[in-house]
Design a binder for this molecule. Structure first.
Ligand SMILES: Cc1cc2nc3c(=O)[nH]c(=O)nc-3n(C[C@H](O)[C@H](O)[C@H](O)COP(=O)(O)O)c2cc1C
Length: 338
């Protein structure tokens, strides 16, 4: 990888490799821990609403990991996570500042502001938060300044090229973020219209990189070492963040750092067991078996009968049943002589 891939956020220094991009429902502590072991430079929690943080902070009894009540648990870190980066979103500058203070008090090392999420319940027809704030650059700037002024820890932001292909104001947004005191910007090289898929636009990403002095991390569509190198070479971004390319393939971080990529299915099954254990240590058995079904489906690909096997993951109703199913995969692989 090219040599300008060194950057810092506050006291944290990063070199060659990639970070794990935030993904709701995916980048919880167990997955972040796994990605970190495999070389992710750092990772980011999924987006957390400032309203929810303030609400749940005042009702500590609601702090459980069960669905619907898990907001503050989303801020959990895994043992030894450093830096611990928590992503928040919201539209009201004062509430965002209040939530940021809580996040800082809870032990986060860095706060990341979400100005990129296209989910309907977040953007609320353009009047809400996430990527909708790209439509209101002065408000986006006010929110950012309000948070930066409220906390001692570094603040970063994640946004997109623009709201639509006809409204690519990523350069203006990046300049406002820089002027507000943000230390690093991650740019998802797509517009809101494109959601999380479709072609990335390196030309606009390069314009954004060239328009600010702070590090810009490129994101979007990276599935291999070559993809990462290509994005860095073509845009001059200081590093890359990987989202969907890490699902079922946390080894991508090792690969992008110059090491080995995805191992064979035997090792993937072992990793799936390990991931399951991390998950259950964090959340308890019930949530772990539910949530790990999708991860297992991502890991268990590429052997004869894999699709049929994935259909059976619903049978994994306890840790024991889950591990028994994985034993069955090992037996299938023995038979296939894999
Ligand atoms: C299921 C899912 C959930 C996501 N959740 C978040 C989120 O909470 N915060 C955020 O900034 N981006 C979120 N994203 C966007 C990713 O961080 C990333 O920008 C996007 O997937 C493009 O990168 P990729 O092509 O490497 O996946 C999400 C993406 C997906 C697919």
């Amino acid at each position: 990888m090219t040599d300008n891939t060194r950057y810092s956020i506050g006291r944290f220094n990063f070199g060659k490799g990639a970070s794990l991009a935030p993904m709701a429902g995916v980048t919880n502590p167990p997955f972040r821990q796994l990605c970190s072991e495999l070389g992710a430079l750092y990772s980011v929690t999924e987006l957390i609403s400032c309203h929810a943080i303030i609400y749940f902070e005042t009702k500590p009894k609601n702090r459980t990991k069960k669905r619907g009540e898990k907001t503050l648990a989303l801020m959990d870190h895994y043992k030894g996570e450093s830096p611990h980066v928590v992503q928040i979103y919201g539209r009201e500058p004062d509430l965002m500042a209040e939530a940021a203070k809580i996040v800082e008090r809870e032990g986060a090392d860095i706060i990341d502001l979400n100005f990129g999420c296209p989910a309907r319940k977040v953007i609320k027809n353009g009047n809400g938060s996430g990527v909708a704030l790209m439509l209101d650059p002065p408000l986006l700037e006010e929110i950012t300044r309000s948070v930066v002024n409220a906390v001692e820890i570094p603040v970063t932001a994640k946004t997109r090229l623009g709201y639509s292909k006809d409204a690519k104001n990523g350069v203006e947004i990046a300049q406002r973020l820089e002027a507000s005191g943000v230390e690093l910007i991650t740019i998802h090289a797509r517009t809101r219209e494109q959601g999380h898929g479709g072609d990335t636009d390196f030309e606009t990403l390069k314009n954004i990189v060239d328009a600010v002095k702070i590090p810009v991390i490129g994101n979007g569509g990276i599935k291999s070492y070559e993809d990462a190198e290509n994005m860095i070479e073509q845009t001059g971004c200081r590093g890359v963040a990987i989202g969907q390319g890490a699902k079922g393939n946390p080894w991508i971080f090792r690969e992008v750092a110059g090491g080995m990529g995805r191992p064979d299915i035997r090792d993937r099954v072992k990793t799936c067991r390990r991931h399951l254990q991390f998950f259950s240590d964090w959340s308890g058995e019930e949530l772990a078996v539910l949530e790990m079904r999708k991860h297992a489906a991502w890991y268990l690909k590429g052997f004869d009968g894999a699709a049929a096997f994935r259909n059976r993951l619903g049978e994994a109703t306890s840790l024991e049943r889950f591990n028994n199913l994985l034993d069955e995969v090992d037996l299938i692989l023995d038979k296939l002589n894999v």
